[in-house]
Design a protein around this ligand. Structure first.
Ligand SMILES: C[S@@+](CC[C@H](N)C(=O)[O-])C[C@H]1O[C@@H](n2cnc3c(N)ncnc32)[C@H](O)[C@@H]1O
Length: 224
């Protein structure tokens, strides 16, 4: 039986945490080297990192960081980056793999960071477990913590439908994945006060079931 952290925790959060706690070690092992085989991912992360650096640097957070594969990459690009994840199992794996980086548990819906305190946020395939109806709440939290003119980079499987999984990464686990509609996410970012500056979608490849969407957004207020 999977226990919520507190009585009011939504079931999707409890299920997602339990699932990633179970798969953490195998997830990390199976995705090892994936970034080296993904030039588009590295290009987008590199673009984000260069902009942050050109604009004076500052703290960056990888939210839903999992075992820290993207966090570690951003650190190699020279960013002052830390990681936050819902799953203590994932945070333990991230700390083990990247002992020099700060990782802690936390939730996308409440990051525990001061308003306007970060230069940028990367959410790499982590909003995929937030039901579409709750996504505006998460985007509002990301907007709150990013400094004016700061950057947000999102990656997610696109599609506009949800899937219930009973098995993942070699384990029996139960959780939902939401293939968000890229137009809806773009509109929600704009409604929250972001400007979307890069929107990229690539076709599915290999074992993937859907196209993949990448949105880079800048927090307002805007000068022009
Ligand atoms: C598909 S994994 C991606 C991990 C990592 N970003 C990567 O690309 O390898 C999704 C991660 O998001 C985390 N996650 C899901 N919902 C979350 C939430 N509401 N708050 C914080 N982390 C969350 C999960 O625990 C999991 O580690």
């Amino acid at each position: 039986m999977t226990e919520p952290l507190h009585a009011t925790e939504p079931i999707h959060v409890t299920e997602t945490r339990a699932a990633y706690d179970t798969v953490a070690v195998d997830y990390a092992r199976l995705l090892e080297g994936e970034l080296a085989r993904s030039p588009l991912d590295r290009a987008l992360l590199g673009h984000f990192a260069e902009l942050v650096t050109l604009e004076g640097g500052g703290p960056v957070v990888d939210v839903g960081c999992g075992p820290g594969r993207i966090t570690g990459h951003l650190a190699t690009l020279g960013l002052d980056v830390s990681g936050i994840d819902l799953s203590p199992g994932m945070v333990a794996e991230a700390r083990r793999r990247h002992p020099d980086i700060d990782f802690r548990t936390g939730s996308l819906a409440g990051l525990g960071l001061a308003e306007g305190s970060v230069a940028g946020v990367v959410a790499w395939y982590s909003v995929i477990h937030t039901p579409p109806a709750l996504l505006p709440e998460v985007i509002a939290e990301l907007h709150r913590v990013i400094r004016p003119n700061g950057l947000l980079l999102l990656a997610f499987q696109a599609g506009g439908f949800s899937v219930r999984h009973e098995r993942a990464y070699g384990h029996e686990v139960t959780f939902e994945a939401h293939r968000h509609d890229a137009d809806d996410v773009t509109s929600q970012l704009v409604d929250a006060g972001f400007r979307v500056t890069v929107r990229t979608e690539r076709a599915r490849q290999g074992q993937e079931k859907t196209p993949q969407a990448f949105l880079l957004a800048r927090r307002g207020p805007f000068e022009d």
